[in-house]
Ligand binder design. Structure first.
Ligand SMILES: [Zn+2]
Ligand SMILES: [Zn+2]
Ligand SMILES: [Zn+2]
Ligand SMILES: [Zn+2]
Length: 332
């Protein structure tokens, strides 16, 4: 039988004293002083809005630090909260979206040491043939800007070591920080290109990778565009849009630009292409080129995910542009 008290007369279930007219919580069929409603794990009060956060990596309550405060790390875009210790305990991050691997979802290992979350894997572009529809899409994007690349530039998907080797082989090569994921080549080189996607075995992608040497011949100032394999479609596309701009500028005879200026221009083009993709996704227009990857997810969920990933890649580019705005330089 419910007990009725006159207005304002409430007993705290924590300390058994009257609450009066102060703030109170109504939780677990009882009234509490906000400071008396404490977390079982750490004995700190759980105020109205702040709950003791659970770590999204180990699924435990995030421990208090030596000062008795709950200290957690959170990714600035994904807001994934985790214990600070996971930054040093070898917890892998997805090489594409940067989220940390949670202990109840396995990431897929690529054969060059990178790890990929299942959501990024779902639209990952894995081999050279797989990437051609996306290449045509980006060529059309450049044509739409009246910046058609007239020359036939081969686009090759490669492993990380092949990309690094090719970078070493360029006379005027440039580095992309924090990691090179695409290159626009000008030298004649032989590139080990991925002919067939690796079959994903249990928990890894190392089986049956078939590569083939590809001899570049110099017909113009650009011999090839190389892209790191295994990245989701929107990221692969934005890297490709960036490298296409290097190619376009080289072929148009832009030779005296400083590297910072050139990189900044290329990032703007990558950003523009991502925007067109996000717009077409939100207007539900049929996409002109889906990667050949068979999607394990339903269409609706897929496009929602693509959208979120696309927003993240956009956020990364904005971060770079913001760095340029503040420092006047491209991040090193
Ligand atoms: Zn109390
Ligand atoms: Zn944790
Ligand atoms: Zn990911
Ligand atoms: Zn670049």
């Amino acid at each position: 039988m419910p007990v009725h008290f006159p207005m304002g007369y409430r007993i705290c279930a924590g300390c058994n004293t009257e609450i009066g007219y102060g703030r109170f919580l109504n939780c677990l069929s009882a009234f509490w002083h906000p400071e008396c409603f404490c977390c079982h794990a750490c004995n700190l009060p759980i105020s109205d809005y702040e709950y003791h956060p659970k770590c999204e990596v180990c699924n435990h309550f995030i421990p208090t630090n030596t000062a008795g405060l709950i200290e957690y790390r959170a990714h600035p875009f994904w807001i994934q909260k985790y214990c600070p210790s996971h930054e040093h305990d070898g917890t892998p991050r997805c090489c594409s979206c940067e989220r940390m691997e949670s202990q109840n979802t396995g990431y897929v290992a690529l054969n060059d040491g990178r790890k990929l979350c299942l959501e990024c894997l779902d639209s990952a572009v894995m081999d050279t043939r797989n990437c051609q529809p996306l290449y045509r899409d980006i060529q059309e994007f450049y044509e739409g800007l009246n910046m058609k690349v007239e020359q036939q530039v081969p686009l090759l998907l490669v492993e990380r070591h092949a990309l690094n080797d090719a970078r070493e082989g360029e006379k005027n090569g440039h580095y992309h920080m924090p990691e090179t994921r695409g290159l626009c080549l000008s030298e004649e080189q032989t590139i080990s290109t991925i002919l067939r996607r690796p079959r994903s075995g249990r928990g890894n992608c190392t089986m049956n990778m078939i590569t083939e040497p590809y001899k570049l011949t110099r017909r113009c100032d650009v011999t090839a565009i190389l892209i790191l394999y295994g990245l989701p479609r929107l990221l692969t596309g934005s890297i490709l849009a960036h490298e296409m701009m290097h190619a376009w500028m080289r072929l148009q005879g832009f030779r005296t630009l400083s590297q910072d200026v050139e990189e900044g221009i290329c990032q703007v083009l990558a950003h523009m292409w991502l925007l067109t993709q996000l717009e077409s996704a939100s207007s539900n227009a049929p996409q002109t080129s889906l990667s050949a990857t068979s999607s394990r997810l339903k269409k609706g969920k897929r496009s929602q995910l693509d959208r979120k990933l696309g927003e993240f890649f956009k956020h990364q580019i904005r971060r770079t542009l913001e760095h340029i705005r503040v420092t006047g330089r491209f991040p090193k």
